[in-house]
Structure formats: structure tokens, C-alpha cells
Design a protein around this ligand. Structure first.
Ligand code: AHR
Length: 496
């Protein structure tokens, strides 16, 4: 099968905001306890942070981590998680029917972000709480001292303010499952008033309002429009969330899910701009795709878990090779929308629907770790408009191309990187690209991740079942790139 891509170095699609390579740590399952935080384990440092996990996170180079939820945040009292640990309460955690000990809280998270070389994206509780508590939390975090909450922070051993710049106004408030679920009008008003108050306390912060929990929500479209109608002037970003699965084992359909993500992004951009036009505003709202991933493997087994225990092994999806292919395609989709998607979080980071897994004896990486790491490390710079000519196939999302690809030029080191997925399950693809504007370049590396078995997965015992290799066949001659993309493969072609 033959396919081609066409790029022109002057036709750019947007500058990559590195925050699109963000991730998410929620107080859920073993994400925090036994994941990033495991005091007493010989693998942990003096703060209880798992060093093996930190090392893997630094390998990905995760610029921002959303915290503490998720559904969890919608009944969370941040005050429970600060101050002397002996005084912190055990709480019933209704979102995930667990017990939260509060041993790890805001200040531990801020210490951890430094060790992980990342930055925080903090969510406030707009489910059971409101503007007043969000203001207090912001005062605790960002004000130098001399007031009730800033002095409280100092008394907890944090003299300097945390200076958190990025804040989420609640989580998935459109969802009936959400504690404190609201109508679009109710939430829009609350987001506007909370945002106004928070920016009075610290005008330097950026705010993310909740969009729809996914494109299938009955209120999708109406929700975005009404929420922005109320809070357009107070917020900077609108969120999107989506998770895909393959419960019917229809792999071609599953691999086409990136087309749904693409349409979701385009629709939300249109709604943002329609509200902008209606308001005759000069301000542009950008998107925060702050939860995206594959999530379905663990849903049945989680129904068997006991309720009201601490850190149950929830949402521990074991990802296979086809999940990694879709992850690669979703990353390509985010890059192709780099002009408007400025923040995105792979949900989540450790143990819970995560690229990194742990047990008491060590950490290991799942199949989805690799495309995430490749794009985070190599996908920074300027996205080029990447026109694709490829055979197509019929899927649940209409006809989609077998080839998914995007090119990114790195202004700092001059490299050009092409990320590509061949979704054809039986045929290799001969890819050509006219790169005469890069004729003095050479193929530095062609990384390929492929496997005969779409269901192959890494496990603790066999951690290298799905693994990338520098075995790709690519050459650049007279300015024409030719590459062989194996059937069902993830490819990273680096030219210098
Ligand atoms: O990431 C898991 C959950 O998915 C989050 O808590 C929630 O926001 C979403 O529904």
C-alpha cells in the first residue's frame, strides 16, 4: 500500500505548547498511595516518593500534572491534607468509594512536582464547595504571608508561596455522576464568580472551565455554549475529556477513534469562536484536553473490589499493543490542533489507567508509555500542516485514512520529526514525502514499534513484549523521503 505526505516549512499549523504533554495524578486507587508515594519502601526517598517512578516520569519529561482530581476533587477538603500528619482525618471518599487518609496532600504534591521536574495544574472543588473555598486555597498557595491562609502555609513549613499558575474550576460538572453536578447555567455562573474572585486574589493565574465529559454527552454543545456565555471573560481555557475502548474487539473501529477526537476538538473550537463572535470579544479561548486515554480493560473487574478500603487497585488497565497505536494517533491529533489545544493530560500517570505501573518491588512501563514519551521528547517546536494522501477504510466514524501522521520542526536543534501510524492490520505501507526544502538533512533515526499480536501487552514478568526499536527503514535521497511503515505500527522518523 502506498501513501504520501506533503509539507511546506512555511505552512505551519501552530506552535506546540509543551503543556500538551501533561498528565494527571488523582487521589484514586493506587495512583498516590503505592504509586508516586510509598513511604517505608526501600525504593522511596526520604519524603516517601518512589524514586523508580520519578525516574520514569523524568524520562517522559512531563511538563504539567493535574491534581488532585478528577471526580475526587468534587468533595475534597484541601485543608484535610495540610499540617501535621498526625492530625489529618480519615475521610470517606464517595467518588471512588474508598477511604482517604490525607497522608499525602497539597504540600507533599508540590514537593513531588519538584522531584518529578514538572509543574502543577491544581483543581478546586466546585461540587460540594464554591468560590470562598477556592479563594482560601489560592491564598494558602500563592500569597506570600500576613493573612490567615498564607500564614497557615508558613506555619506548615512552606515559607515561600507555591505560586501555582494553572487552575481547573471543578471537574466534569456536566456529568450526573459528579458530586455536586450542575446545569450548564448553574455551573457557568459559579465558574464566572469563582474565577472572578480567584483573579482578584492573583491576577497572574490561568483558569480552565469544565467543558463536556465526552462528545456523547446529551448536553454536548449546549453545555460549552452556555458555560462560556457565563464565564467567557473570566476563564482562559475550556476543557475536553475523552476515553476510548475496544470492548467488542473491533480493532479497525477502535483505531479510528482518533477521528472522533479530531472532530471533538474542531467542534469545541467552533463553539468557542461562536461565543466569541456573539460577544464581539477580542479574546480567544483555547482548549485544555485535560483527560484523554484508553480506558475499558479494568471496568468489569473493578465491580468486584471491596468498598471503603484505602487505595484499592482500581482502574488498573493493562494496555496492549493496539492501545499504544491509538495513543500514538491521539497524540498526533493533539499536535495537529496545536494552534488551539494548549494543555492536555494523559489520564493518568501511575497505576490508574497509566503508562507507569508499580508493585512493592519496582516499576514497569506499559505499551502506551512509548508513544507518549516519544512525542513528549521529540514533538516540541512548530507543527507543520501535514497533508496526507492515503488509502481509506470504513469505520464507525466514517471513512478514515490508514495513515495518520504529523511533522514537527524543532526550532532549537533544527530537526524535523515525523510521527506516523499505519492502521492497516495486514499490509505494510510505502510512505513518500517531498522534503526538498530539507534536502541537506539525513535520516537520523527511524523508531518503529510493531507486533504481530495486537493484544500483546507488557507485564511485570514480561516488561518488554511491546517495545520500540531503531529498526525502521527510511532514506532521504534528492529531497525525497521514502519510508517503510510496517502493517500496524507506530513510527518516529527523525531527520537532521
Ligand atoms: O480519570 C478517571 C476519571 O475519569 C476522573 O476522575 C474523571 O474526571 C473522569 O470521569
Amino acid at each position: 500500500m502506498k501513501a504520501s505526505i506533503c509539507i511546506d516549512k512555511h505552512f505551519t499549523a501552530g506552535t506546540v505548547d509543551p503543556r500538551i504533554f501533561g498528565s494527571f495524578v488523582e487521589h484514586l486507587g493506587r495512583a498516590v498511595y503505592g504509586g508516586i508515594y510509598d513511604p517505608g519502601n526501600p525504593l522511596s526517598d526520604e519524603n516517601g516518593f518512589r524514586k523508580d517512578v520519578l525516574e520514569l516520569i523524568r524520562q517522559i519529561d512531563v511538563p504539567v500534572v493535574r491534581y488532585p482530581g478528577g471526580n475526587f476533587v468534587s468533595a475534597y477538603h484541601w485543608e484535610d491534607g495540610v499540617g501535621p500528619k498526625a492530625l489529618r482525618p480519615n475521610r470517606l471518599e464517595p467518588a471512588w468509594t474508598a477511604i482517604e487518609t490525607n497522608e499525602f496532600g497539597l504540600n507533599e504534591f508540590m514537593d513531588w512536582t519538584k522531584a518529578a521536574h514538572t509543574s502543577p495544574m491544581m483543581a478546586v472543588n466546585l461540587g460540594t464547595r464554591g468560590a470562598e473555598d477556592a479563594k482560601n486555597l489560592l491564598e494558602y498557595c500563592n500569597i506570600a504571608g500576613g493573612t490567615l491562609y498564607s500564614d497557615m502555609r508558613r506555619s506548615h513549613g512552606y515559607e515561600a508561596p507555591h505560586n501555582i499558575r494553572l487552575w481547573c474550576l471543578g471537574n466534569e460538572m456536566d456529568g450526573p455522576w459528579q458530586m455536586g453536578h450542575k446545569t450548564a447555567g448553574e455551573y457557568g455562573r459559579l465558574a464566572a464568580e469563582t474565577g472572578r474572585l480567584m483573579k482578584m486574589v492573583d491576577p497572574g493565574i490561568e483558569l480552565v472551565a469544565c467543558g463536556s465529559s465526552n462528545r456523547k454527552m446529551p448536553s454536548f454543545g449546549y453545555w460549552e455554549d452556555q458555560v462560556l456565555e457565563e464565564c467567557y471573560d473570566q476563564v482562559d481555557y475550556l476543557s475536553l475529556h475523552t476515553y476510548y475502548g475496544n470492548p467488542q474487539d473491533q480493532s479497525p473501529d477502535f483505531l479510528a477513534c482518533s477521528a472522533d477526537m479530531d472532530a471533538f476538538i474542531s467542534s469545541v473550537v467552533s463553539i468557542c469562536d461562536s461565543v466569541k463572535a456573539r460577544k464581539r470579544s477580542k479574546k480567544q479561548i483555547c482548549l485544555s484536553f485535560d483527560e484523554w486515554n484508553v480506558w475499558y480493560h479494568s471496568k468489569e473487574q473493578d465491580k468486584q473490589l471491596p468498598r471503603w478500603i484505602q487505595a484499592p487497585p482500581q482502574l488498573e488497565d493493562i494496555y496492549n499493543f493496539e492501545d499504544a497505536l491509538l495513543t500514538g494517533s491521539m497524540l498526533i491529533t493533539l499536535l495537529r490542533h496545536a494552534d488551539r489545544v494548549k494543555i492536555a493530560c494523559l489520564a493518568q500517570l501511575v497505576n490508574v489507567i497509566a503508562p507507569i505501573m508499580t508493585d512493592q518491588n519496582g516499576a514497569w512501563v506499559q505499551s502506551i508509555f512509548y508513544p507518549y514519551m516519544h512525542v513528549s521528547r521529540l514533538g516540541r517546536g512548530t507543527v507543520l500542516q501535514t497533508l496526507i494522501q492515503s488509502p481509506r477504510y470504513e469505520s464507525q466514524y466514517g471513512d478514515v485514512q490508514f495513515l495518520d501522521a504529523v511533522a514537527v520542526e524543532n526550532g532549537e536543534n533544527g530537526s524535523l520529526t515525523i510521527f506516523a501510524v499505519n492502521k492497516n492490520l495486514s499490509e505494510d505501507m510505502d510512505l513518500t514525502a517531498d522534503l526538498r526544502q530539507y534536502s541537506n538533512y539525513h535520516v537520523h533515526r527511524h523508531i518503529v514499534m510493531t507486533h504481530q499480536d495486537l493484544k500483546a501487552a507488557n507485564t511485570r514478568e514480561q516488561p518488554h513484549q511491546v517495545f520500540p526499536e531503531n529498526s525502521g527503514v527510511s532514506s532521504l535521497s534528492n529531497g525525497i523521503l521514502t519510508s517503510r511503515l510496517p502493517s500496524k505500527s507506530w513510527n518516529v522518523i527523525i531527520l537532521k
